[in-house]
Design a protein around this ligand. Structure first.
Ligand code: GLY
Length: 296
């Protein structure tokens, strides 16, 4: 049994999920619980309620969850529900679709019994008002996220979670409020299967965090799993994605992408474009926050 999550807030999320995962729970339940923890943490300004809004002052959330190419669900541009990860799971389990967005996703959520709520906290509204007063345009590139662990935290980032249960079942999930002060309507990599998240139970799983546009432009998580399929180890699979990003797109010093890659037998690796990315690791013997094995 193993659960891996992005960033330091992943440690708290892993702990929240562990009782479900251990001793013989489901990895699918565990990744959902981990994301729900981050979505409800009001001090986390990059995921769920309390996330930073778009340029118009509206919070919009993206999320996906995956067991296999046949079992996956996602929601994008959700503006009134605290737990997009659970709506994504409902899309996976109760519809014939992969992705619901915007008003349709919210109508589906209401019909499924999810309760609507206001996602913009006073703190996030205050920060948005300060940003608006600067007169800056929407960022072409996000504010620095490479040192998200420092205070004040950077512009965004996703919680990405991979888990392996005692039955050998792999699952993955991710959830985000996206880039702070983004153009209204912007959707990032998190709800697009194969971009921030991909799981093939025979081969492995990958989850990405960071500047979503960079990840989306190379189908990052899918590329990592395809590298595993060709025989790469998990760290090399993550590095292959980062090198592809580096080779294909102009980067600023502030652009960060981090990936976690996990094989079905529990071997995992991680890599990031810059220093600062952290992986929260929990299994029966340890509960740690680690730097990735490779920084480009
Ligand atoms: N990686 C999250 C986003 O860019 O929306």
């Amino acid at each position: 049994m193993l659960i891996l999550s992005t960033w330091s807030f992943g440690q708290r999320a892993n702990r929240a999920a562990w009782e479900t995962l251990s001793p013989d729970g489901s990895s699918l339940d565990a990744v959902e619980i981990a994301c729900r923890d981050a979505e409800s943490d009001l001090s986390n300004h990059t995921v769920g309620k309390g996330g930073r809004p778009d340029a118009s002052g509206q919070v919009s959330l993206d999320s996906s969850i995956m067991l296999s190419p046949a079992k996956r669900g996602a929601v994008a541009y959700v503006r009134r529900f605290e737990h997009p990860i659970s709506i994504a799971r409902a899309v996976m389990e109760r519809t014939a679709h992969v992705l619901l967005a915007g008003d349709g996703a919210e109508q589906f959520a209401l019909a499924q019994g999810f309760k609507a709520t206001d996602l913009l906290t006073d703190e996030a509204r205050g920060q948005w008002e300060e940003w608006r007063a600067t007169g800056e345009m929407q960022p072409a590139h996000p504010a620095p996220i490479r040192n998200i662990e420092e205070k004040p935290p950077g512009s965004h980032d996703t919680i990405g979670v991979l888990a392996l249960d005692s039955h050998g079942v792999l699952a993955g999930a991710c959830s985000t409020s996206g880039m702070a002060y983004k153009l209204p309507g912007r959707v990032g990599d998190s709800p697009i299967i194969g971009h921030a998240l991909y799981v093939d139970p025979r081969v492995g799983a990958a989850v990405a965090t960071g500047h979503g546009e960079l990840v989306m432009s190379v189908c990052g998580a899918f590329l990592a799993v395809e590298a595993l399929r060709r025989g790469a180890n998990p760290t090399d699979a993550a590095v292959e994605v980062l090198k592809r990003i580096q080779q294909t797109q102009p980067l600023t010093d502030n652009d960060q992408v981090g990936l976690i890659v996990l094989r079905p037998e529990g071997i995992w690796g991680a890599a990031s474009l810059r220093e600062g990315f952290k992986v929260a690791v929990k299994d029966s013997n340890r509960d740690e926050l680690m730097a990735p094995r490779h920084v480009l």
